[in-house]
Design a protein around this ligand. Structure first.
Ligand SMILES: Cc1cc2nc3c(=O)[nH]c(=O)nc-3n(C[C@H](O)[C@H](O)[C@H](O)COP(=O)(O)OP(=O)(O)OC[C@H]3O[C@@H](n4cnc5c(N)ncnc54)[C@H](O)[C@@H]3O)c2cc1C
Length: 491
């Protein structure tokens, strides 16, 4: 690749470590590097304008449960004390691996010795037709035309001004994604300025439900539209979902399952209503699109452009950037961690992308250590999440819906008491727990997680597993010894 970009810090100023991404994986890596290399130069590049903050807390911020200042994990002092240069508002376009340079959208470059891609995920924007409301006079407005130009198919039909996609959805007023602090600020501002009392969320997964929860706390009635037959379908089963669904509907909200939005109606570019696949038209001035997040491969793909797949300069990708157990990519001195990476799944044994905060932190830590010359191994992760909806705490871990074609002996233990909003499900594979769902009583989650992580044979305690009082006392004694140690403790 020809090196035309201007070096940011001068040609001879090569950073020992460049990290793209100032979030869970990126900052964990920076901290990890510093524990090993006290002097090497570190620059963290981010296209956001914030210090490191908690993404899981952005819904709490929207709900008003926490203040903006409480969302930050790190303050300016952290960067200063650790001698980490933070470059905000710096959007990276591609990497020139041959010249070891990171290129920004302003065509400036940062040279590196070791590079970490920790640029996370991007929200999926489904292609939905957008039409100007029939009573709108603005059918020929400039904005209207601009939307039309974004979609050739749509241009064929003059009655459709455009369709929602990644490039244009930000132009529509009232339609938002919800994956970063900027999104939360925009939604908050829009709700306040427009006195919103009803809203819709497209997608009943983790981010959709967390957004809905925040809206509910603001006193806004919510309609959730979900393609599958239940909410939280990736991590819950029918019983667990139904507890939350009933609770949401009892509070005046609506859930439309096996449904989606076929068409959106706008007036002067502002959301007015939308039509469901089932035909129903719903008036709404606020729509949060939360149908999922995928690894952001834009930098990786731009950098692979014009390089053949079998050439050494080609970064190997699948759904995410492929990494080995050191979080090293297929390119020398280039590492990847967090939501952008695809790494070993401890429960399934495959490589997969598990987009959760603790794994991004762990992967960043391992990548950072190895970038600084250490030798840390990533032994894999698995899905784990905790959401509290309408004061019902829930936790799901690992494989909670075993696929029909899974080899081996699958056993499911359940305790379902819908009247108490209580549910406990344990998925067992060849006498080892591979997944759990807990609804309402989540006290023992850590114990179950330990059994999964340590692949403990539970054949002798199977009958106790779903009991409400299940605890350390029932664990196999060999394993208990690892948990309960200390003078005078008999295990
Ligand atoms: C609303 C919401 C709620 C969540 N709740 C939970 C939860 O309860 N529990 C849980 O475990 N996980 C939760 N998650 C998921 C969790 O936040 C992510 O798994 C985690 O943030 C991934 O961290 P990361 O560092 O890999 O990437 P990200 O957090 O996505 O950060 C990516 C970083 O890269 C930067 N970047 C991206 N592209 C560029 C570019 N081209 N140039 C420069 N910089 C770039 C971004 O600005 C950002 O700093 C939630 C996510 C969301 C959105």
């Amino acid at each position: 690749m020809e090196n035309k970009s201007k070096l940011y810090e001068g040609k001879n100023n090569i950073f020992d470590y460049i990290i793209i991404g100032n979030s869970a994986a990126g900052l964990s890596a920076a901290s990890s590097i510093r524990t090993i290399d006290k002097n090497g130069s570190i620059v963290v590049l981010t296209n956001e304008n914030y210090l490191n903050y908690s993404k899981p807390l952005i819904t709490y911020y929207l709900a008003g449960r926490i203040k903006l200042k409480d969302i930050y994990f790190k303050n300016e002092d952290f960067y200063k004390e650790n001698n980490i240069l933070l470059k905000k508002d710096t959007n990276i376009l591609k990497i020139d691996y041959a010249n070891k340079q990171v290129i920004t959208d302003k065509n400036t470059g940062f040279a590196y010795r070791k590079l970490l891609l920790a640029n996370g995920g991007i929200p999926i924007i489904p292609k939905i037709r957008v039409s100007e409301s029939s009573d709108s006079p603005s059918i020929n407005s400039e904005r209207f035309k601009e939307h039309a130009e974004n979609n050739a198919d749509v241009n064929k039909n003059k009655s459709i001004p455009g369709s929602l996609d990644n490039s244009n959805f930000k132009n529509f007023t009232g339609i938002f994604t919800f994956t970063c602090l900027k999104d939360a600020e925009k939604v908050k501002d829009y709700i306040t300025k427009n006195n919103i009392t009803e809203a819709a969320v497209l997608g009943g997964g983790l981010i959709g439900l967390k957004s809905a929860e925040a809206l509910l706390e603001l006193g806004i009635k919510v309609k959730i539209i979900e393609l599958s037959d239940r909410i939280l379908s990736a991590s819950f089963d029918k019983q667990a979902s139904s507890i939350i669904e009933n609770e949401l509907e009892n509070k005046g909200n609506r859930i439309y399952t096996q449904n989606t939005i076929n068409q959106i109606f706008v007036k002067n570019g502002s959301l007015e209503s939308f039509q469901l696949k089932s035909g129903e038209i719903i008036k709404s001035r606020l729509l949060i699109v939360a149908v999922g997040v995928i690894p952001d491969l834009s930098i990786a793909e731009n950098s692979n452009n014009n390089i053949k797949k079998n050439e050494p300069g080609y970064l190997k990708l699948n759904r995410g950037i492929l990494v080995d157990e050191h979080m090293q990519t297929s390119i020398k001195d280039v590492f990847a961690a967090g939501d952008v990476a695809e790494s070993f799944n401890f429960v399934t044994g495959d490589k997969s992308n598990i987009a959760i905060w603790p794994l991004a932190v762990r992967q960043g830590d391992i990548a950072g250590a190895n970038m600084a010359g250490g030798n840390k191994i990533y032994d894999g992760g698995y899905f784990m999440n905790s959401v509290e909806i309408l004061n019902i705490p829930t936790i799901s871990i690992g494989i909670t819906n075993a696929p029909d074609d899974m080899e081996g002996n699958i056993e499911i233990m359940k305790d379902y008491k819908p009247e108490k909003r209580y549910y406990r499900k344990i998925v067992i594979h060849n006498n080892k727990i591979i997944g759990i769902i807990l609804v309402e009583n989540i006290d023992r989650a850590g114990i179950y997680n330990g059994l999964i992580r340590n692949k403990i044979d539970i054949s002798n305690i199977k009958d106790n597993l779903v009991k409400e009082d299940f605890g350390i006392i029932q664990l196999p004694s060999d394993y208990k010894k690892h948990l309960v140690v200390g003078d005078g403790i008999e295990v």
